[in-house]
Design a protein around this ligand. Structure first.
Ligand code: SF4
Length: 325
């Protein structure tokens, strides 16, 4: 009984007119059934491309998965045909996007949209699927009788809840949520996150929560992987990362979390920008922005130190985990 999901040495490039973009660079992580991994980083870090690789949705062209494996329930999804992946998507792995309208059809009632997946994947009759779809709406705190309404009749927060109901309808082993609350009002964000957390427990679903916000990770995740310029630069349990973050980039992200008790002026964003993916810096990709940059960082890509499952990719941490700065 290995992990539900095991991603190993995943490399994805985009071939563009300007050159080749290394979007995902040797990414590896695993996820046990029922657990939640937060995939964190700024936009352009490779989080979404990692998710699309798992779903078999990397747009090709220009995207090419050049190497790696994505083992889900013991099978390498990268060897699956598109026909086989269609049976996986929505049934065994579902995805929730930032904008609910990415997943919703504006001219079909929400109830039909939830029941379509049930008819397609679970062999339910239309009547059974309708009953189950109404139950799913109730699960996301939407009255079942709103089954016959169209997406435009719902608020943004309710639409995202409809998408959550759709994602969970077939009881998938894994849900990938890509910034699911970023487009919502702050108060609605908290409600949707609460709902996701309780439904995930109820359905025992594993989840990958993609976010730029460590505050969201602290609310719902038990594992954390921090991505920068296509690489995972630090990963560990929630306790390891929140109690003992080591990578200068992770530490910078923590300084970006607004503290409602404190003045917002105390937020210190990380200076500089994510590097141009067409022209990644030599050595450690974070070195142009790193306050602790050393000479070696400019030329040598750091190795990964694994300290009891807390892995960090930084020259500050040599063999044995001692910091030499
Ligand atoms: Fe900073 Fe060097 Fe560590 Fe990169 S390897 S994060 S530049 S200290």
């Amino acid at each position: 009984n290995g992990p539900l999901l095991e991603v190993a040495d995943l490399n994805v490039i985009y071939k563009t007119y300007e050159g080749t973009v290394a979007a995902v660079n040797g990414v590896e992580f695993s996820l046990e059934a029922g657990r939640t991994l937060g995939l964190v980083g700024e936009s352009g870090a490779g989080k979404t491309t990692t998710a699309l690789s798992i779903m078999g949705l990397v747009p090709s062209p220009p995207g090419i998965i050049t190497s790696g494996s994505v083992n889900f329930a013991g099978k390498n999804l990268l060897s699956f045909s598109e026909k086989e992946m269609k049976k996986i998507r929505g049934n065994h792995i579902s995805m929730i996007f930032q904008d609910p309208m990415t997943s919703l059809n504006p001219v079909v009632t929400v109830g039909i949209q939830i029941s379509e997946a049930l008819v397609a994947h679970q062999n339910l009759s239309e009547a059974e699927a309708e009953k189950k779809a109404m139950e799913m709406l109730e699960k996301v705190q939407i009255p079942g009788q709103r089954y016959r309404e169209y997406p435009h009749e719902f608020s943004g927060g309710m639409r995202q809840r409809v998408v959550i109901a759709m994602a969970l309808a077939c009881n998938p082993g894994l849900i990938i949520a890509d910034e699911p609350t970023t487009a919502l009002d702050v108060t609605i964000q908290a409600q949707v996150l609460d709902l996701m957390r309780s439904l995930k427990e109820e359905f025992s679903t594993a989840m990958i929560m993609i976010t730029h916000d460590l505050g969201v990770v602290g609310e719902v995740c038990d594992h954390v992987a921090v991505m920068y310029a296509g690489r995972i630069v630090e990963t560990g349990s929630l306790e390891q990362i929140f109690g003992n973050a080591r990578h200068p980039y992770t530490l910078g992200l923590f300084r970006c979390i607004p503290d409602i008790e404190e003045e917002t002026s105390k937020i210190r964003p990380i200076e500089g920008l994510m590097p141009d993916p067409l022209d990644l810096p030599s050595g450690c990709p974070f070195h142009p922005r790193c306050p602790q940059c050393m000479d070696v960082c400019r030329t040598v890509v750091p190795g990964v130190l694994d300290d009891g499952g807390h892995r960090v990719m930084c020259h500050l941490y040599g063999k044995g985990g001692a910091a030499h700065a």
